[in-house]
Write a protein that binds this ligand. Structure first.
Ligand SMILES: [Zn+2]
Length: 77
């Protein structure tokens, strides 16, 4: 059975699907009994999702932000 530190060490590989069957099983077993690591992994997953979406939203998002800033400056007294 993994302990928390071992799980954290493998968490990135687990999310990326880089672990072998036995290792993945070990992670899943630990997650079943450890709410802390479940929470940690959920957070890590969320962070990954956000980071993955950033590049796509990047250029357009910047442009819109600049536009909005410019408009806000014009509207300012
Ligand atoms: Zn744990």
């Amino acid at each position: 059975m993994l302990n928390c530190r071992e799980l954290v060490a493998r968490s990135s590989d687990y999310i990326d699907g880089q672990l072998g069957f036995v290792q993945r099983l070990g992670v899943r077993q630990h997650l079943l009994i450890c709410p802390h690591c479940r929470c940690f992994l959920a957070q890590l997953n969320l962070t990954r999702e956000v980071l993955r979406q950033l590049p796509e939203a990047g250029p357009e998002g910047d442009e819109k932000l600049a536009e909005r800033l410019a408009r806000a400056r014009q509207e300012a007294p």
